[in-house]
Design a protein around this ligand. Structure first.
Ligand code: V47
Length: 381
């Protein structure tokens, strides 16, 4: 469509005619189909996608962009799986592998406490010897020492592995960890549900059906979680749309997903190191299409660690309403070649958000606003 004719219908940025019916649905607040998702992932019309996603984002969140202050804790990088996508996991006998003692985990957490973090994000490898009891002790020790900090811990993949090793159900495993003190779960490990691609990039992991079933059980026992999708490797537009529709279908049932985070594949130091890095164009498209498809998931996070602060800033006008936080000590992406800093100053984050015309709001994990004084923070309920 020419700029002149599109100007005539007041939607000047829709160039790709295949997106016109999608725009009509977006304006009518109708659900988009799997086919719409495929068409959007195929479309090069990034401005149209961003325009539509921004309409939805502003309808849901106005000008607010959320951020939080958290610390990642990775107790071990020992992992029995050898996923081609991963540069983090190591075999137990690898001289560079590490496993923290319980005291070390609690000590690392103490550093975050001093930085007044509101959340510990705890994930690690599938260790062949650490037991469920060990993890329960780790969690209850953290809760005792840092009662005000939200514990967002263990991917669905780790839960399924712990259950298998303890020879108990996923439900019982989750119930024990919840009793020990976990408050919610992160969204990692979902990768891409397509069996064809999963077989190549992470064939040692639980399959997509098991990931979704573990999330279903977590949500049913009252543990909310995030969800993710890994893109920028061997996937086709059909795989991307299918993944989002599966997340949306589960969300209709449980309402347990809080935030969706698209994760760009970083190939360095992985067995897929020959693949190119993703582009800013693809990063923005993933943000926009997910905002449009995931009509029942409240928040879309542009994770600056992964997409760089510059792209995460632009993403705030392409559908995202969250930019992650200031305090991180991130290993999974940096082992795979991420060149972003491991820490952004609060004032840098505020500037990025304000420059994008958005209103920064610090949040806790449940998206309640947090206010800070010189030395403490308060959650506003
Ligand atoms: O589970 C692993 C992915 C995830 C690579 O829930 C890789 O708030 C890219 O899940 N290149 C970890 N990705 C990160 C994650 C996350 C991050 C931020 C916030 C939240 C949240 C969750 O990263 C892994 C895996 O899916 N991953 N290796 C790699 N080479």
């Amino acid at each position: 469509m020419s700029t002149f004719s599109s100007l005539q219908n007041n939607h000047p940025v829709i160039e790709d005619s295949r997106l016109k019916s999608i725009l009509e649905k977006v304006l009518a607040e109708e659900r988009l189909s799997y086919e719409d998702g495929v068409a959007m992932f195929r479309s090069p019309d990034i401005l149209a996608l961003g325009y539509m996603a921004n309409l939805v984002r502003e309808r849901m969140h106005g000008d607010t962009t959320y951020f939080n202050v958290n610390r990642h804790i990775n107790p071990t990088d020992v992992c029995v799986a050898s996923c081609r996508l991963c540069a983090f996991g190591k075999k137990a006998k690898d001289p560079h592998a590490y496993t923290m003692s319980l005291e070390q985990v609690w000590e690392v957490a103490g550093k975050g406490y001093a930085e007044a973090v509101t959340e510990f994000h705890i994930v690690g490898g599938l260790h062949p010897e650490l037991t469920l009891d060990w993890f329960c002790e780790m969690i209850s020790g953290l809760k005792d020492r840092y009662p005000g900090v939200h514990l967002k811990a263990f991917t669905m993949v780790e839960i399924a592995y712990l259950a298998k090793r303890a020879k108990i159900s996923v439900r019982e495993t989750l119930e024990r960890l919840k009793a020990a003190g976990i408050d919610s779960m992160p969204g990692g490990g979902a990768e891409i549900f397509s069996e064809r691609v999963r077989r190549i990039i992470c064939d040692h992991k639980i399959d997509g059906r098991q990931w979704l079933e573990t999330a279903r059980i977590a949500h049913r026992i009252g543990l909310r979680s995030n969800c993710t999708m890994l893109y920028g490797h061997l996937e086709a537009p059909e795989d991307l749309s299918d993944h989002l529709v599966k997340l949306r279908t589960l969300q209709d049932e449980t309402h347990g997903f809080v935030t969706y985070i698209p994760l760009a594949f970083h190939p360095d130091h992985t067995a897929l190191g020959h693949l190119p890095k993703t582009s800013g164009f693809n990063d923005l498209k993933q943000i926009a299409v997910s905002r449009l498809m995931l009509d029942n998931i409240p928040h879309i996070k542009a994770y600056w660690i992964m997409m760089t602060p510059s792209v995460a800033q632009i993403a705030q006008r392409f559908g995202a309403n969250d930019i992650d936080g200031t305090v991180v000590e991130e290993k999974i992406y940096h082992d795979a070649g991420a060149t972003t800093a491991q820490h952004l100053r609060r004032q840098d984050l505020l500037r990025l958000i304000r420059e994008a015309g958005r209103e920064p709001v610090e949040r806790d994990t449940a998206y309640r606003p947090v206010t800070r004084t010189e030395s403490a923070f308060t959650v506003l309920v």
